[in-house]
Write a protein that binds this ligand. Sequence first.
Ligand code: BT5
Length: 253
Amino acid sequence: SYHLHTQKFGRKIRYQEVVHSTQILAHEWAREGIEEGALVVAEQQEAGRGRLGRKWYSPSHTGVWMSLILRPSILLTDASHLTLLASLGVKQGIERVTGLPIQIKWPNDLLIHGKKICGILTELRGEQDQVHYVIIGIGINVNTPKESWPEEIRRIATSLAIELGGPVHRASLIAAILEELEEVYQQYMNQGFTKIKAQWEKSSGILGKSIVARTAQGTYTGIAEQLTGQGALLLRTDQGLIPIHSADILLKE
Ligand code: BT5
């Protein structure tokens, strides 16, 4: 048995067997005015999505595919804070339940031994310069067997069960993640980004490393130095320090 010790997160849940994407339902629910902390969970997604229209594999009953609705009163220019705090909270929740060491890859990936265990998708609606609502989409390969992925995903992905050699109770995992998420979120709303930034920098595992950042503006190679106050990644390159606001990151070594 398990218990959920949160005030708001996951207190309202919409659970569905099969969906296109939990993001779509969460957007609908948010537009209808549902309160902060409401959660959409599905056993299977037929059109799970990543960033930039990419596909997210979400086979039936093997993962945690969920979307959390937030209503922070922050500026649109600070919205990337939410992806970073979400990755921190999800990391802490997974570590608490499994004991596995999770590495955060900026901006939205969680890795175990270099392989992707979780992806986070932040989508938002704004009004003028203010955030109206945010949907945090969280996809975690929990009990997913290797065989359920095509070859190209097998090479880059792993699941908690593969790493542990046994299954993980998904409801307990969701409860732990919601608790950790609510705590970092409250910390962020009360005290701002500075503490989250420091925690993130301490635990990310990307800082100090040689990386390649593929952005819409071009490809940059350098050493990941730190986060900026807006959550961008500061890269030390031959041409000096460059802030990366959105990119796909490749760890060198
Ligand atoms: C992400 O995008 O990593 C964000 C994934 C968010 C998924 C959640 S599930 C609940 C909610 N509902 C949704 O529809 N989405 C959210 P991105 O960084 O663009 O990474 C996508 C890439 O990861 C793909 O192009 C594949 O290469 C790889 N990939 C796809 N499925 C994967 C999986 N299950 N595990 C690991 N890697 C995967």
